[in-house]
Design a protein around this ligand. Structure first.
Ligand code: ADP
Length: 682
């Protein structure tokens, strides 16, 4: 095969062109080989016959035009011999009365691609429209968001300024309350002094022994005196109220019998009525034997107030004072009068400050409008209620219902009792504080700690407690009722056996220098923060490493009993059933303390003690002697020197055992040793 025909065949295969010549009537006069093979175009055939159905006319128009001029890019769809329609782009031109045509095969997928492109285009434009719509929507939402943001910011600003205004208001209210409190307290005191003078001087003037007054003068001085008395009452009420409001009123509960209390009142009430008064004050016939424990002075103040009101608003009839037991261990005191009564709409309001009933009858009587509010606050301080029942024109009954034993007294008793029973699992902390509420707080703060609060309210109580218990630490309030604890602090820090008990001084005024000078280990200003307190006590009381105790006793039952006594404590117990084993164990295991039985089978307690003292490893270990028999005097005195304590087996209690162990450990300076170890380790 030569190159030329091969190349021509290859070109032929690659070519996408067909060539034809037609006469003006559309009959094919010449066709190239590819036109023949692809289209079946043969000389003599009509070009129209090759056109796909429905496109014949386009062939005619091409021919018509191409007879006249050159035509380019004329697309004809031809299908030869029923084959599938194929699109050709024709160029044609006239030549010597005929039409010469060259057609280029348009790729088969061109049409499809075109339509795909067009559909893609339309999809794209739809997408574009959708995107535009979404963009518009987004923009709208962004605008909306911005508007909302602006609104939010505005209302935020509003809230902030409201807050600031409220803060300011609260602050100024607080300031006002403080100023009011201070003014009332100070001014009341200032008022009292000159009032005392006025009252005293008017009394002097009215005394006939100091020279006679004219009737007119006497009347005038009497007026001065009555006005001064009224002012004095007002000042006292104001002072009491401001004290209660400032939380400064102190509760002083005492024990008393209701009957005696009412008898004492009888004496106080009698002068309230003029000698010929048509009003009678009636007291209970049989005196009540109920025993109360509450603030008697405050209760008396409340009742005096109620009776003096009853006297003021009762023109005739009776004022009856009654006492009875109420529900749930309460006592009810009532003052019942046959006076003018109180309109229903005033029956609650009269307990507000400065409210007085505005009827002509009520207005005839002068008053301050402070008596009942004060009486109610005082009753509330006693944990009770003050109520009134009244019928206008018939009379009123005021009833005070208070717990027989003041709740704080009950709680205090509980607190003191809890302090009596030492919890062996917790280290006792003596808290000296006169305020009951604060004591409860301490107890609450240390509730779930390893410390037990031993609450005391006076120095004397603290002294007694220290004799009974050796506290792991002490918390001292300085300013107590009627005394300070400086002396006690100095005492504790100067005595040999209490010097090393850590003391935390907590008070309201900065006296750190003095506290430190007297030996306080720590000084804090109130209020105390619970976590800080626990941490500080942990640090001060040197609680940390466990203490090992060795029990040397050949009686298995006694060892068992001692282990039972010390069950649930933090001590780790070891046992030896004989003196020799015991001494060996002491050398090997270095216990912090030894419980030694006096009567051992293999050696005497004295031998054990001698061996322990002879060995530097065991010399310092404190020993508690544990005996079930009476010791002879010489034995006792020798043992007293060599042991930390001597305990009788048959009377030994858990508390005593633990207290002695603690004492012995403290005396042996275990706290210090552990601390040193910690420091060295650190
Ligand atoms: P004061 O008696 O000084 O005005 P109180 O606070 O004690 O102030 O009493 C407030 C008001 O309650 C009295 O002004 C009076 O109007 C009314 N009130 C108090 N006790 C009685 C009573 N026993 N009978 C009638 N009204 C009374």
């Amino acid at each position: 095969m030569t190159a030329a025909p091969f190349a021509s065949r290859l070109l032929d295969a690659l070519s996408r062109e067909v060539a034809l010549v037609c006469d003006p009537g559309g009959t094919i006069t010449w066709a190239d080989a590819r036109a023949e093979s692809i289209l079946g175009a043969q000389k003599g055939k009509r070009l129209r016959g090759l056109a796909a159905q429905g496109t014949e006319e386009k062939v005619d128009r091409l021919l018509l035009q191409a007879c006249e001029e050159r035509v380019e890019g004329w697309e004809l769809i031809l299908c030869a011999g029923g084959s599938k329609p194929t699109t050709f782009a024709f160029r044609a031109q006239p030549y010597e009365g005929q039409v010469v045509m060259v057609g280029s095969l348009v790729p088969e997928d061109y049409g499809a691609a075109l339509s795909q492109v067009s559909s893609t285009l339309s999809e794209l434009s739809a997408l574009h429209r959708e995107t535009e719509r979404q963009q518009r929507e987004l923009q709208r939402r962004a605008d909306e968001l911005q508007r909302l943001n602006r609104e939010l910011e505005e209302s935020n600003r509003g809230v902030r300024s409201l807050h600031a205004a409220l803060d300011e208001k609260a602050e100024s209210l607080q300031r006002a309350a403080e100023v009011k409190g201070r003014v009332v307290a100070n001014v009341s005191h200032e008022f009292r002094t000159p009032l005392h003078s006025i009252l005293g001087l008017s009394k002097v003037l009215l005394n006939p022994l100091n020279g006679p007054l004219t009737a007119e003068q006497e009347k005038q001085v009497q007026f001065v005196r009555t006005s001064a008395e009224a002012l004095y009452d007002l000042v006292n009420d104001l002072l009491d109220l401001s004290k209660i409001e400032a939380g400064k009123a102190v509760l002083r509960p005492n024990r008393f019998v209701a009957g005696d209390f009412v008898s004492a009142m009888r004496g106080m009430m009698r002068p309230l009525l003029p000698p010929e008064s048509p009003v009678e004050i009636i007291f209970p016939e049989s005196p009540s034997t109920v025993e109360l424990e509450t603030d008697e002075a405050k209760l008396s103040q409340v009742l005096r107030n109620l009776v003096s009101n009853a006297v003021k608003f009762t023109e005739q009839g009776t004022i009856a004072i009654q006492v009875r037991q109420g529900p749930r261990d309460t006592v009810c005191f009532s003052v019942k009068d046959t006076g003018i009564g109180i309109p229903p709409e005033y029956q609650e309001r009269i307990f507000e400050e400065f409210i007085q009933v505005e009827t002509p009858l009520h207005k005839k009587v002068k008053g301050t409008g402070l008596g009942l509010p004060l009486a109610r606050r005082l009753t509330e301080m006693l944990g009770g209620t003050l109520t009134v029942q009244s019928v206008e024109g018939k009379g009123s009954t005021f009833t005070v219902t208070i717990p027989r034993v003041h709740p704080e007294v009950k709680e205090m008793v509980g607190l003191a009792e809890r302090g009596q029973h030492l919890d062996p699992a917790r280290a006792p902390v003596l808290v000296l504080e006169d305020d009951r509420q604060t004591l409860f707080l301490y107890e609450k703060y240390l509730e779930r700690s390893g410390f037990q609060v031993i609450a005391v309210r006076t120095v004397e109580e603290a002294r007694r407690t220290v004799q009974r218990v050796r506290p792991a630490a002490m918390v001292l309030d300085v300013m107590l009722e009627g005394e300070t604890s400086w002396g006690f602090l100095a005492e504790m820090k100067s005595q040999e056996d209490t010097r090393d008990i850590p003391i935390l001084v907590v008070t309201i005024t900065d006296r750190e220098q003095k506290a430190r000078a007297l030996g306080a280990d720590e000084f804090w200003l109130k209020p105390v923060e619970p976590d800080r307190l626990r941490r500080k006590l942990d640090e001060l009381a040197h609680r940390g490493p466990v203490e090992r105790i060795l029990i040397i006793d050949d009686d298995e039952v006694h060892r068992y009993l001692l282990k039972q006594l010390l069950k649930d404590t933090h001590y780790v117990l070891m046992e030896a059933s004989g003196g020799r084993d015991g001494v060996q164990l002491a050398r090997d295991k270095a216990p912090h303390l030894i419980f030694l039985d006096f009567l051992l089978q293999d050696m005497t307690a004295f031998d054990v003690l001698d061996q322990l003292k002879a060995d530097p490893r065991t010399r310092e270990i404190p020993v508690i002697l544990h005996t079930s028999q009476e010791l002879k005097e010489n034995e006792r005195s020798r043992l007293a020197q060599e042991t930390a304590a001597i305990l009788a087996k048959h009377t030994l209690s858990r508390e005593v055992a633990i207290a002695r162990i603690r004492d012995a450990l403290a005396k042996a300076g275990l706290g210090t040793r552990i601390e040193e170890r910690e420091v060295r380790r650190g």
